[in-house]
Design a protein around this ligand. Structure first.
Ligand SMILES: Cc1cc2nc3c(=O)[nH]c(=O)nc-3n(C[C@H](O)[C@H](O)[C@H](O)COP(=O)(O)OP(=O)(O)OC[C@H]3O[C@@H](n4cnc5c(N)ncnc54)[C@H](O)[C@@H]3O)c2cc1C
Length: 296
């Protein structure tokens, strides 16, 4: 079991700035996340104060990682699958099986921009289409469901659903998950289907999915779990309050309704901009470190 003062989920500009401020306050700081999955990876930045030329996102991220490490932060390139609040401390589980306990936690996971983009997805949202297995699994007790995605969110969502649903399909073009998750999928009763969903069909509710190889599968629910676990899924179990646009609500100190749990960057809502992510990251880094100092 690894222990730390401040744990940051997300290695984008919000998480890295938080790590710089937290580690400079002499708090033990761990960042979990992959820079290659930050939105900034795709950006060319020319609206960041004091940088008069266009900068490439990957260069920004590389410098941020170097800076955070120089001040003592540890960066672990993994994904978080679950968070628990145990007696006021936060325990997280990574996709490789690491367990980390922290006095304070910062969510800087950015936003998922990835909808499936198929016919029926919007029409059946809330009537069989879900983006959160952790939130909605219970509504599908005893039913047949499909989970779609190629990453850890889909794999762990499908595993979770086996405890509720009668039958679980995992629809994936190319499943790319850590070895531990991959063996869990193999050992389970999940039916892995290599392919792509073409359309979600039904009448009042979802009834089937049509696949690109012209076959179809009868199901009652489809969970769209593309990429990594999003902040909303991770936070929902902890009872974090969201604002009316569905983003994480914080106060001016960037603290959520859960003491010791902070959030920064795109997860807190628009504008989706690097300067805002960095500003909020700074505030969370300082405040999470302060919180950890007064926690035994
Ligand atoms: C194409 C494009 C162009 C853009 N251009 C600009 C621009 O010109 N100017 C500007 O200011 N902004 C721009 N942006 C927006 C900017 O990139 C974002 O606002 C910024 O990156 C948000 O930072 P963040 O740290 O909140 O999230 P992100 O940078 O998205 O980082 C999220 C981090 O969380 C990690 N993560 C997520 N889930 C998990 C999990 N379960 N476990 C572990 N880690 C997890 C990811 O791996 C990643 O490291 C652009 C965005 C895009 C997509």
């Amino acid at each position: 079991m690894i222990t730390t003062d401040v744990l940051i989920i997300g290695a984008g500009p919000a998480g890295l700035q938080a790590a710089i401020h937290s580690s400079r306050s002499k708090s033990k700081t761990i960042v979990i996340g992959k820079t290659k999955l930050s939105s900034l990876k795709w950006a060319h930045i020319e609206n960041y104060c004091c940088m008069d030329e266009t900068h490439q996102g990957p260069d920004f991220l590389e410098s941020g990682v170097k800076q955070a490490k120089r001040f003592g932060a540890e960066i672990i390139e993994e994904e978080i699958l679950k968070i628990e609040n145990i007696d006021g401390k936060f325990k997280v589980y990574t996709d490789s099986g690491k367990e980390i306990i922290s006095k304070s936690l910062i969510l800087a996971t950015g936003i998922k921009r990835n909808k499936l983009g198929v016919k029926g997805e919007k029409q059946f949202l809330g009537r069989g289409v879900s983006y959160c297995a952790d939130c909605d699994a219970n509504f599908f007790k005893g039913m047949t469901v499909a989970v779609v995605g190629d990453g850890s969110a889909a794999a762990s969502g499908a595993l979770l659903l086996t405890a509720y649903a009668h039958k679980v399909y995992l629809i994936s073009e190319k499943l790319e998950v850590d070895g531990r998750l991959s063996s869990q999928i193999e050992a389970s009763e999940i039916q892995l289907v290599k392919g792509k969903i073409k359309e979600i069909q039904g009448n009042e509710k979802v009834e089937r999915i049509a696949l690109s190889d012209e076959t179809s599968i009868n199901i009652s629910g489809v969970f769209i779990e593309l990429g990594q676990k999003g902040a909303i899924e991770l936070a929902s179990i902890l009872g974090v309050i969201l604002n009316d646009q569905g983003y994480i609500m914080t106060d001016k100190e960037q603290e959520t309704n859960i003491p010791g749990l902070f959030a920064a960057g795109d997860v807190c809502g628009p504008p989706f901009q690097v300067p805002k992510a960095v500003g909020e990251g700074c505030v969370t880094g300082l405040n999470a470190a302060k919180y950890a100092r007064k926690t035994k």
